[in-house]
Design a protein around this ligand. Structure first.
Ligand code: GDP
Length: 296
């Protein structure tokens, strides 16, 4: 389970604190050292860890926790609130266009779970009464187009595609005409992924962005890749400007560093998490619930 090791370590730290009754400054310092280590071992970005622990310490001193009747509880409450804040505070939703269709562009590296996430988002939006259109703009891998068509068929969601070799910008533009004439109120564009970030990929994504003006650009990253996921998010955000992140494979045993670092490092909120291979395994990301999952 994700966060398993981090949760265990933090819970141990708090158990030690609770065992002390009244706390000394040294008890609190020791707890801060433990928290710092636990976060680093969970693959949280080191700058994020540093400022996180500094903030907890500052608040603990400010709240005069040593004088508190239940000092351990007071520390836990602060850690819970700061973990929630670190992950974005409140749930972030996608931008819905005032005049449909809402255009969502999905970007990411190959294997992150982008095409599956297109399917999952379509499932979620359809349940909300929307009429999505999927757009197969990954022209380099015929298998990707096929994969999206299979998913579309399974979900009874139409898939817009063009002949092999078509230009992805043209595909995206034509798909909007199709959406207008078929009353699709959400258009989800599945863009090409590559194994690594490169100039060509970014240029293509920028062209699509500049021509179709998406309301939402979502980056799909794999939670299992830890800090790599955060670095990928940083690059995509710098080049393209992201509205949010979909963090996939949260059902695996990722240490959790990506979930805890993405917002702080990039400023982009995690909007959804993928929790399985099935097409309904997508959930909005609730920072407070995630923090409680780590601490309870
Ligand atoms: P893409 O190359 O980014 O389009 O990636 P795919 O959508 O083809 O997904 C790559 C693999 O990851 C597939 O085997 C998916 O079933 C799997 N996958 C995607 N999202 C999740 C998730 O949230 N949890 C799990 N366990 N597997 C996922």
């Amino acid at each position: 389970m994700i966060f398993e090791s981090l949760a265990e370590k933090l819970q141990n730290t708090f158990k030690k604190l609770r065992g002390h009754g009244r706390l000394s400054a040294e008890d609190v310092n020791a707890a801060m050292r433990d928290i710092r280590m636990a976060l680093l071992e969970a693959d949280v970005n080191f700058k994020v860890v540093k400022s996180f622990v500094a903030k907890i310490k500052e608040r603990a001193i400010g709240a005069n926790i040593l004088e508190s009747l239940t000092p351990a509880q007071a520390v836990i409450k602060i850690v819970n609130e700061e973990l929630t804040e670190l992950m974005g505070g409140t749930v972030s939703r996608i931008n819905i266009a005032a005049n449909p269709p809402t255009i969502i562009m999905m970007v990411g590296l190959q294997g992150a779970g982008k095409t599956t996430s297109v399917g999952k988002l379509g499932t979620m939006l359809k349940k909300q009464g929307k009429h999505p259109l999927f757009v197969a703009a990954d022209v380099y891998r015929p298998a990707a187009v096929k994969q999206l068509q299979v998913i579309g068929k399974q979900l009874d969601i139409p898939v817009f595609s063009m002949a092999e070799g078509s230009n992805p910008v043209t595909i995206a533009e034509k798909s909007l005409e199709h959406a207008h004439s078929h009353a699709n109120d959400v258009v989800i564009i599945d863009t090409a992924g590559r194994l690594h970030i490169n100039e060509e990929l970014m240029q293509e994504l920028k062209f699509i962005k500049d021509n179709v003006h998406p309301h939402e650009i979502l980056l799909v990253v794999d939670a299992m890749t830890g800090q790599d996921a955060v670095n990928v998010a940083e690059s995509f955000n710098a080049d393209l400007g992201l509205d949010g992140v979909v963090l996939t494979k949260m059902d695996g045993d990722a240490r959790g560093g990506a979930a805890l670092s993405v917002k702080a490092v990039t400023g982009c909120p995690i909007k959804f998490v993928g929790t399985g291979e099935k097409l309904d395994a997508l959930e909005p990301f609730y920072p407070d619930r995630m923090a409680s999952r780590i601490l309870d």
